[in-house]
Write a protein that binds this ligand. Sequence first.
Ligand code: UDP
Ligand code: MG
Length: 322
Amino acid sequence: MTREDKKDNLLLSLVIPVYNEEKNIRPLWEKISGVMKTLSPYRDSFEAVFVNDGSVDNTQLELDALHEEFPCVKALQLLGNFKKAAAYSAGFKYARGKWIITMDGDLQDDPDDIPLFLEKLEEGYDYVSGWKYQGKGNPYRSLPSRFFNLIVRNLMGVKLHDVNCPFKAFRSDVIRTIDIYGEQYRFIPVKLYGMGFRITEVKVNNLPRFYGRSKYGMERFLRGFFDLITIFFLEKYLKRPLHFFGLIGLFFSLIGGATVILLYIVKFIAGIPIHERPYLFLMGLLMTILGIQFISIGLLGELFTYHAKRDQDHYVVKKFLD
Ligand code: UDP
Ligand code: MG
């Protein structure tokens, strides 16, 4: 029997990406197992899937030892450091639980909050996001993420306060209905929301890091900004790029074209030669060309999505009475 056949034969999988967290693994597991012991029926039907994302410290040794001691501790070791997104994909593939909870392996997510997530899943939600409502401490980190969340909330209508919170829970088959690649796991809630899944959030603790270092620095800032553009574009215009580029193109070419035509009218009626208004003429031409460029890009986009996306479902079936 392959791992694939055993899908969903457990109630819960915890998926925990770890990169150089040797000192955190054991205390984290002890906290998790302490909490899980109190949770029936989950305590007899869960696994903790640690995904070792190419650690170069003793993380793997710690995981080997835990796995020896506790059969429900699984350790998936990746060959190198493929980054968190890849670690998640791998973890989801190997997880056997009907439900999945993701959390960081650095003890910043509090296992005591696990029951909150389970409650919401039991209520029937498909996706439960954590919300680190006490903020993330450092303003350099919390400001961009607050801004990001604000935009996502207002622009996309996803009613979450902390879209990128690593502590979340969802039905495992839900995550299999969308294809995530690269950094796209960051947009999972937005995608799910767009498809009509039931989404909610729970307030969670944010603990300080005791051991090890954070792996991310200031590039968060830029990444958040690009994320916004991606998310906006992908969600709103993935299937109709011409609507996006075409609108901009139309705007430019209409203004540009009107300017040039106006100059010709003035020339024939009032006899004022076009070269007396060189800047206006140039601007008119430039805007017309720019507009046509935008429209062409939109058309290319249409061509591209037609070929790339036509096989992919953009809907989810709830039930089929056969
Ligand atoms: N992590 C990972 N691969 C990486 C970087 C980080 O698996 O390349 C893990 C890390 O071990 C931790 C989680 O992702 O469990 C979050 O990382 P970190 O604590 O550095 O991020 P922060 O809390 O600063 O956002
Ligand atoms: Mg952390």
